[in-house]
Design a binder for this molecule. Sequence first.
Ligand code: FES
Length: 169
Amino acid sequence: MSAPNSPSTPLSAATLARFDREVAKYPADQKQSAVMACLAIVQQELGHVSTDSEAQIAAHLGMPAMAVHEVTTFYNMYNQHPVGKFKLNVCTNLPCQLRDGSKALKHLEQKLGISMGQTTADGLFTLQQSECLGACADSPVMLVNDRTMCSFMSNDRLDQLIDGLKGAQ
Ligand code: FES
């Protein structure tokens, strides 16, 4: 695992109390079952999950930091670095690639002036690829902020989405 990417900042007592509410849902000898919930709590409070936060979760749950890191890196929804206000995940798995998923990603790169994996200078948008979102027949598909599914994203619909999100600021 890489070194922590920021000086160690202890998670707050309120955050640890939220962890404990999740831990209480499992048998006492299976605290690590709460790891995904703890990662979600950290991300909700801090915007991303740093290696430092992973280490603190690991200590709290009595598990190796690497095991926490494996969970963080397995799922798209956990941000390992700060992201923009709107995180856009475009599915580019093979079924979607066959139905313009890659074209949708390219269109967003051009419209936002960034490459996949980057964040716009104003901090509004982060553009990422995603694995299958389970809606292959609706391609191109994308997820906004890990929650809002957008289907049949033609270039026109992508433009409307971006302009709408900008306009809502
Ligand atoms: S491959 Fe894109 S939603 Fe399944």
